[in-house]
Design a protein around this ligand. Structure first.
Ligand code: SAM
Ligand code: DTB
Ligand code: SF4
Length: 330
């Protein structure tokens, strides 16, 4: 099957409403054409600036607009970041993702993030950042410093978007994704399900992602982690099967992309996660914590991988990694 960027909403709707076993079967078959069947890419996350965010994303513990109980933290010291990256590498993760609760990085933040990228990259890890909106020059400078991926989610459909965020537009998000792509960075972009949206909105989100000129290399599908104090604290829980369907449809639309089980995994059983892997998910965040909320944790994930016969995808050799390995041997 060729990679397509001309999907219609009608086609996506037809994929969604198939019998679940048909959907899972197709997704798993296609998954195996593009990826090793039982390998999962593993990333870790670190919050480098926590809380007091000026944006009003209704799901988020870090927004200054709501009253979530959160230990806020200013920019953390680079040494702390390096230490966390070392622990992440030792645990087997291949990508280290650094996130900041910013609307966008200010110019005064750029030396800090550029230095951090250079140091983490020099350790032989893939680097990822999620810092909010970027302009073209910022994206280029991140790339030059050695950033591999930039995460910036569309979050939901264009239609539902204004119910969730008012402080930046859907088109602002698309602009940032263009800057990231134009700078030669790999794109990580997905969304959240369980925000109170309907299936048409989930179709709308996948439609936007799958009709970008190039599919994001990485597509996180977050399941809302309800946060007390935010407007979505008590939203009705999404049926897990609908989340599984969303993953399977994402796999069918974007066969070459990594589909990541992101936020919300901690609340899912082993069997539910197994079904998500069956649906073609092939990436997770490991570790005890995401940015501010709990994650599944290393020992639970090790047991899950052993039970399911899954392995961690090895690091991809890059010039930087080869140099680091050569130094380690010498
Ligand atoms: N501030 C930056 C931004 O919004 O682009 C980066 C960090 S932000 C926390 C990254 C993503 O995490 C959001 O776009 C959203 O998809 C996801 N996220 C945040 N809070 C969440 C929650 N409570 N449940 C599920 N996903 C969440
Ligand atoms: C993404 O899509 N999910 C990750 C990552 N990108 C940065 C973040 C999940 C955050 C979950 C809520 C929290 O821990 O605060
Ligand atoms: Fe800020 Fe990002 Fe949270 Fe939105 S999702 S409030 S931009 S930290």
């Amino acid at each position: 099957m060729d990679i397509r960027n001309d999907w219609s909403r009608t086609e996506i709707h037809a994929l969604y409403q198939q019998p679940l076993m048909d959907l899972l079967f197709q997704a798993q078959q296609l998954h195996r054409q593009y990826f090793a069947a039982n390998q999962i890419q593993v990333s870790t996350l670190l919050s480098i600036k926590t809380g007091k965010c000026p944006e009003d994303c209704k799901y988020c513990a870090q927004s200054a607009h709501y009253d979530a109980k959160l230990a806020t933290e200013k920019r953390i010291a680079i040494e702390k970041v390096i230490q966390a990256a070392q622990e992440s590498k030792a645990s087997g993760a291949t990508r280290f993702c650094m996130g900041a609760a910013w609307r966008n990085p200010h110019e005064r933040d750029m030396p800090y993030v550029l230095d951090m990228i250079q140091q983490v990259k020099a350790m032989g890890l893939e680097t990822c950042m999620t810092l909010g909106m970027l302009n073209a020059s910022q994206a280029e400078r991140l790339k030059t410093a050695g950033l591999d991926y930039y995460n910036h989610n569309l979050d939901t459909s264009r239609e539902y978007y204004s119910h969730i965020i008012s402080t930046r537009t859907f088109d602002d998000r698309l602009d940032t994704l263009s800057h990231v792509r134009d700078a030669g960075l790999k794109v990580c972009s997905g969304g959240i399900v369980g925000l109170g949206e309907n299936r048409q909105d989930r179709i709308g989100l996948l439609y936007e992602l799958a009709t970008l000129p190039l599919h994001p290399e990485s597509v996180p599908i977050n399941l809302l982690v309800p946060i007390a104090g935010t407007p979505l604290a008590d939203v009705e829980k999404l049926d897990v099967i609908e989340w599984i369907r969303t993953i399977a449809v994402a796999r069918l639309l974007m066969p070459k992309s990594y589909i990541r089980l992101s936020a919300g995994r901690e609340s899912l059983s082993d069997s539910e996660q197994a079904m998500a892997f069956m649906a073609g998910a092939n990436s997770i965040f490991s570790g005890e914590k995401l940015l501010t909320t709990a994650n599944a944790g290393e020992s639970r994930d090790q047991a899950l991988f052993a039970k399911l016969g899954l392995g961690v995808e090895p690091a991809k050799p890059s010039l930087a990694n080869l140099a680091v390995d050569a130094m380690a041997v010498a």
